[in-house]
Structures are given as structure tokens and as C-alpha cells.
Design a protein around this ligand. Structure first.
Ligand code: SF4
Length: 99
């Protein structure tokens, strides 16, 4: 009997996407950091692509490879202004396999 309730893990779905890196021109960057604010800390769990992590000093950093351009981090930091966000240049960024 076939299991019709099987689900696909998010990691498997993300693996279907492709990403074309625009070397040296990240479209998301942390622009203002006095300390790791609550907004920045929340990005560690909010970003669906896991682009935010902590560096060796424990500070939050962003690596845009794999960014799905969902804009969640942009919305979270809209009032506080810690990040600078734009769409990648044409031809770069995420390539969705399924639309
Ligand atoms: S736009 Fe979405 S996927 Fe990209 S870094 Fe922000 S939260 Fe992550």
C-alpha cells in the first residue's frame, strides 16, 4: 500500500532551487550594527533559507547564497534599519524550479 501522507522536507524542496551568485554584490547586507538587536537575532530563525548565522565571534552575519527573495528579513528590520535589501541584478539570484 502506498503512503499518500508522505511529506517533503523543506531542505529537499530548497535543494530543488538553483542560485546564481553575483560575486561581490550581495543583495542583502547588514548595514548598521551597534549590537545584535532582537530583530537581527530573530532572523536566525525566520529566514527560510538559513542565510543568517553567527560568525566565530558570535555576531550575526548574512550569506545571500540560497536567498529565496521572500523579503521576510526586510520586513522584520523595516523599522530598525539594520539591513539593506534589494533584489539581485537581472540574471542573478534564485531560480525556482517549480515556479
Ligand atoms: S529575503 Fe528571505 S530568504 Fe532571503 S535572506 Fe531574507 S529572509 Fe532569508
Amino acid at each position: 500500500m502506498t503512503d499518500t501522507t508522505a511529506t517533503t522536507r523543506i531542505e529537499e524542496r530548497l535543494y530543488q532551487n538553483r542560485y546564481r551568485v553575483d560575486e561581490g554584490r550581495p543583495h542583502v547586507r547588514i548595514k548598521r550594527r551597534i549590537h545584535d538587536s532582537d530583530a537581527l537575532i530573530s532572523l536566525l530563525s525566520i529566514c527560510p533559507a538559513g542565510c543568517y548565522s553567527r560568525d566565530e565571534k558570535g555576531r550575526i552575519e548574512v550569506a545571500t547564497d540560497g536567498c529565496m527573495e521572500c523579503g521576510s528579513c526586510r520586513i522584520v528590520c523595516a523599522k530598525t534599519g539594520e539591513i539593506e535589501w534589494s533584489y539581485p541584478r537581472g540574471g542573478y539570484g534564485v531560480l525556482f524550479k517549480f515556479g
